[in-house]
Design a protein around this ligand. Structure first.
Ligand code: SF4
Length: 470
């Protein structure tokens, strides 16, 4: 399989399947488990008869005609690559260019209180595990199984079909296969926090090196993060021993910023000036309507520059529904397409399926100017939570993944969408319900729905669509 194909083993309502996700197009193909054994044998070193024999040793009985037809179909879909040149033991290297002495600066005024419900283990298509993580999990839980899946079959390569240093464990009804019905992580329960996969142990903290410090912030994709806003500052966000870059465990990724950050579609600033802008911004008081302020600030950044943007933050006019509604329409197109795909194979118990359906329903509601105007006129959002939502993203430079003005419009849309989700009643667990903004953030990023921004840009300019995944 090509590297842009992500294979994942799932148990859905008790039935095992392998799901192939195409990162480039968003296409999804579901396979019977023996078909995966055939693909795993098609590693470029065998002819079709060799694949048949290798698959048979793995327990999959099929014929050369069927194998040739399977490969032809996947090739037509762009799922198959030629043989790669990579041979030898797989390994990963996280190259850290940050000097070991660079200080770590944690998001101020915030302590995380995790409810241990495991809600964040139900959100993502991929749980990354290194080979050490896999060895540890198998040693601690030798009998662990997901449905009938056990042993080495619990893990698939994170991308393509060749064995790799990074693996993804099987899922049960959309949740990580190590999540227990109590909401506990089985690996954590048996081996303690240090035994968890490194990505899970660090989640939801992010590290970004801006040249002066490493800013440690949080992803606002978890209800507990937003629930913790304004709570007691009794727990440090980071391990107290993590004071400098050199103190971080080797596999913790530190993102390095470009030298200049885009403030708008036309302007950039050196990182130090962008940092000063963020710091000045969050010394200002919280506005009454954070979403409206973010939307207006984006407009000011595009047309009048950073100083005017800061003035606008404190005195934002109401947004015009006609300018906002196209964003909800574009978002609805992406979310409803994903919801349709999910209904074809995900369980009704799957939190990804129910969450995306919730988002699609709210976006559909907001596809007309009248309900959008009603939403914008009601400026009673959860201001402290939404203010923190922007602050955490700005402090950790997540708002600079795109030009800041575009990110601010996107964040305003997400805040409005989450408010509208509160109008709708859906089935679900408590954690999934109580912070719709966290659901929006997690699912828009993890399932490509956030790239509705590219569709909007394409509509505006008539240019070729971006190649970002669906
Ligand atoms: S390995 Fe544990 S912490 Fe990580 S996603 Fe799975 S259940 Fe959650």
């Amino acid at each position: 399989l090509a590297e842009h194909i992500l294979p994942r083993r799932h148990v859905v309502d008790g039935q095992e399947m392998v799901v192939l996700f195409d990162q480039g197009t968003g296409a999804v193909v579901t396979l019977e488990p023996p078909t995966w054994d055939v693909l795993a044998a098609a590693d470029g070193t065998r002819d079709v008869e060799g694949i048949r024999l290798a698959a048979r040793r793995a327990g999959a009985v099929t014929g050369v005609t069927q194998i040739a037809e399977l490969l032809r179909q996947l090739h037509e879909m762009g799922f198959v690559a030629g043989p790669t040149t990579r041979r030898g033991p797989p390994r990963i290297v996280i190259e850290r260019t940050t000097p070991a002495e660079r200080p770590i600066e944690a998001l101020p005024g915030f302590a995380l209180h995790c409810d241990r419900s495991g809600a964040c283990c139900r959100n993502y298509a991929t749980v990354l595990m290194t080979s050490d993580d896999v060895d540890r999990a198998r040693r601690l839980l030798p009998e662990h199984h997901v449905g009938e899946i056990r042993g080495g079959r619990l893990f698939l390569p994170v991308a393509g079909s060749e064995p790799s240093e990074l693996s993804a464990p099987a899922h049960r009804d959309g949740a990580c296969g190590y999540l227990e019905t109590t909401g506990a992580c089985a690996i954590h329960r048996v081996g303690g926090l240090a035994a968890k996969p490194i990505g899970c142990a660090v989640f939801p903290v992010t590290f970004v090196d801006d040249g002066a410090t490493i800013r440690a912030s949080v992803k606002t994709e978890c209800a507990c993060v937003l629930d913790s806003v304004g709570g007691p500052l009794d727990e440090p966000l980071l391990d107290p021993q993590w004071q400098r870059a050199g103190d971080l465990p080797p596999l913790v990724a530190v993102t390095r910023l470009h030298e200049r950050l885009a403030m708008s579609s036309q302007t950039t600033l050196p990182v130090a000036e962008a940092r000063a802008f963020v710091d000045a911004w969050f010394r200002l008081p919280c506005p009454a309507d954070v979403a409206a302020a973010a939307w207006a600030m984006a407009e000011a950044l595009e047309t009048r520059g950073p100083d005017a943007a800061l003035r606008t933050w404190s005195a934002a006019p109401a947004a015009d529904a006609r300018a906002v509604t196209p964003s909800f329409r574009a978002l609805h197109r992406r979310a409803s397409r994903r919801a349709r795909d999910n209904a074809g194979w995900r369980s009704e118990r799957d939190a990804v399926r129910t969450g995306i359906e919730w988002i699609a329903a709210a976006a559909l509601l907001l596809s007309d100017d009248a309900p959008v105007a009603e939403l914008l006129a009601d400026a009673t959002g959860p201001a402290a939570t939404e203010h923190f939502y922007l602050y955490a993203a700005a402090f950790g430079y997540a708002l600079f993944d795109r030009p800041l003005a575009e990110s601010l419009r996107d964040r305003a849309v997400r805040m409005w969408l989450a408010r509208a989700m509160g109008w709708l009643v859906v089935e679900g667990t408590e954690a999934a319900h109580r912070q719709p903004l966290a659901r929006v953030d997690a699912l828009l990023r993890a399932y490509g729905i956030g790239n509705y921004l590219d569709d909007l840009a394409t509509t505006r300019t008539g240019s070729t669509p971006s190649t970002r995944p669906d």
